[in-house]
Structures are given as C-alpha cells and as structure tokens.
Design a protein around this ligand. Structure first.
Ligand code: NAI
Length: 301
C-alpha cells in the first residue's frame, strides 16, 4: 500500500536541520504541504537565523514540493501559536504535527544550572505542548490529526549528564499518554518516536564507525507512517535508527497482593521485594484507569 499525503498539511518543528529536515523532505516528497519551522540556533538553543528553515523550504521547492518557512521558537506560547497560524494562513489546515525541535545542555547533575533545566524543558516538553495546544482545536474540528512526539532513549532508559534532557524527553511521553485518550474520539492519533541518528546533536557523542550508518532518513520512514492515514496506532513509542525499528512500552510486573486491608509491614515488603519486582511476566496497561481497575479486581465481588 502506497503511503501519500496528498491534500494534507504538515508542520515539522526544528525542520531546518538533522531529523526534522529529513522528516519534512519525506512528507513533502509524498505530497504534503509542509511548514518548515526552525529558529536556526545552535545545538544549545542560543542564537538564531532564518537561514536553516529557508534552505529546507528551497530544497523542497527545488524537488517540486510545497513548503513555507516559519522561524518562531516552539518554547513560547505566542510564537508556538504563530507556527500553527503560518500553516493556516498558507494552506488553510493542519493535519500533521511532528514535534521535533530540540536542544542539548548536557552536564552532570551536580554541575547543571537550573537555567539549563528550564531551557531544555521549555523547548522539548513545553514546546511540544504549546504547538500541539495550538493545533489541537483545528484537528478536533476537522476530526483528523496525526501528532508525533520526539522522545529519546536517554529519557526512556537514562543517560549520564542528561538529567534535564532525559526528564523532558519522558515528559513528552506523558503528554502523549493523555492526548492519545483525549484525541481518540476526534480521529487524532498521537505517537512518539525515539530516534538515533547522526546529526550535529550526536556527532560528538556516538562512535565514528556508527555515524555513517545512522542516516536521519531511516527514522523518517517511521515518522511518515505514524503521520499517515494508513496508521491506526495511537500511544505507541517507536525506537528507530540505523534501519532498526522496535516498539517501546512501560511494563509492570505481576506484582503481589497481600490481601484486603492486610497490615503490610516494611519488613513484609522487603522480604517480598524480589517477587514484587519479578518481571518474568510483564504486563502493560493502556491507561491509568486500566491499572486502577487491575488493582481493584480483588475488591470487586
Ligand atoms: P539538530 O540539532 O540537528 O536539530 C534540531 C533542530 O531544532 C535545529 O535545527 C534547531 O535549530 C531546532 N530548534 C531548537 N530549538 C528550537 C526552538 N525553540 N524552536 C524551533 N526550532 C528549534 O538535532 P536532531 O538530532 O535532528 O534532533 C531532532 C530531535 O530528535 C530533537 O528533539 C532531539 O532531542 C531528538 N533526538 C535526536 C537523537 C539523535 O540521535 N539525533 C536521539 C534522540 C532524540
């Protein structure tokens, strides 16, 4: 089945470089009209230039596609709303939003300034929330939307020196988990990508032998599917990089029920810690209420 985006309008944030550029090129190649957003700053988020977004728009147009540039920051409510306004003004609708813009402020936690925390959370988490918030009523009204968050294995599994980034990258997963429920009845599907790719963000962090095999294009295929009409999934986290794709999920052990109103002591908990945390039969819940229903089972006659 061919996947195309004829008649669809996509916003890709941070699309002036790296992964975002690759996502924007692929969506445009498959027929989407694309808003290429990028404030054109450094990896640490400082500075800015219209060049990054403008060059990608020129690239899309040179290949026969349709695109407009937007140079606003995702990390401010008004400018985030302006990104969505750019799409509405140029193309009259928004079907697809890829929240991709990102920065790094790596330092070990002891040395990390609070400002490094705030800035990283502002771009990754609040930026994703702000742009999504502006696009949401449009998608609700048209009963169609595809949103992709960009997380990271740094958040999902942890990484030294990235407490700010890891926290922000898990926060977008929480955002997705709620929005997948709220969007369902409006035809809005929300998924998350956890990419690995050779970009300016990772060139100093990953091994040189690996870098040539980590083309951003290998991630964009998964993003494009998650943005398509063909995709029926919502709430999925897809790990993608180097031609490898997998689903990631929060799992819970079978756990241990001590009995209704059991007087569990700290020592009881300690003595059973291995059983409580035994992950040999993991289970997943589709919502917090599903987990509560599971906990409540012994109480319901
Ligand atoms: P990149 O640095 O090449 O691209 C990020 C783009 O976002 C830049 O063009 C930058 O100007 C733009 N940007 C930054 N702050 C912005 C803001 N406030 N408003 C609008 N645009 C802004 O980095 P890369 O690797 O392409 O990263 C893309 C996304 O993928 C990021 O969210 C990153 O955290 C995530 N990611 C990347 C991984 C990788 O292996 N490259 C691994 C895991 C996650």
């Amino acid at each position: 089945m061919a996947i195309d985006f004829q008649g669809r309008v996509a916003i890709v944030t941070g699309a002036g470089a790296g992964l975002g550029r690759s996502h924007a090129l692929l969506l445009a190649e498959r027929g989407a009209k694309v808003v290429v957003n990028d404030l054109g700053g450094g990896v640490d988020g400082t500075g800015g230039s219209s060049k990054a977004a403008d060059l990608v728009v020129a690239e899309i147009k040179a290949r026969g596609g349709e695109a407009v540039a937007n140079h606003d920051s995702v990390s401010d409510v008004a400018s985030a709303a302006n990104i969505v306004k750019t799409a509405m003004d140029a193309f009259g609708r928004v079907d697809i939003l890829v929240n991709n813009a990102g920065i790094l402020r790596d330092k070990s936690f002891g040395k990390m300034e609070i400002a490094d925390f705030d800035t990283v959370v502002d771009v990754h988490f609040l930026g994703s929330a702000y742009v999504t918030k502006a696009a949401w009523p449009i998608m609700q009204q048209q009963q169609y939307g595809r949103i992709v968050m960009t997380s990271s294995n740094s958040g999902l599994y942890g990484n030294f020196g990235q407490a700010n980034y890891a926290g922000a990258k898990m926060a977008v997963v929480g955002l997705m988990n709620s929005l997948k429920q709220e969007g369902a009845k409006y035809g809005i599907l929300v998924n998350t990508i956890a990419p690995v790719a050779a970009t300016r963000m990772t060139e100093a962090l990953l091994s040189p032998e690996l870098l040539p095999h980590l083309k951003p294009e290998y991630v964009s295929q998964a993003v494009a599917y998650l943005c398509s009409e063909a995709c029926g999934a919502t709430g999925d986290i897809i790990s993608a990089g180097a031609g490898f794709y997998a689903k990631m999920q929060v799992m819970e052990s079978q756990g241990m029920f001590f009995g209704i109103d059991a007087k569990v002591t700290v020592e009881d908990f300690a003595a059973n810690y291995a059983k409580i945390t035994d992950m040999s039969k993991p289970q997943h819940f589709g919502s917090s209420m599903e987990e509560v229903a599971h906990i409540a089972k012994p109480f319901i006659k």
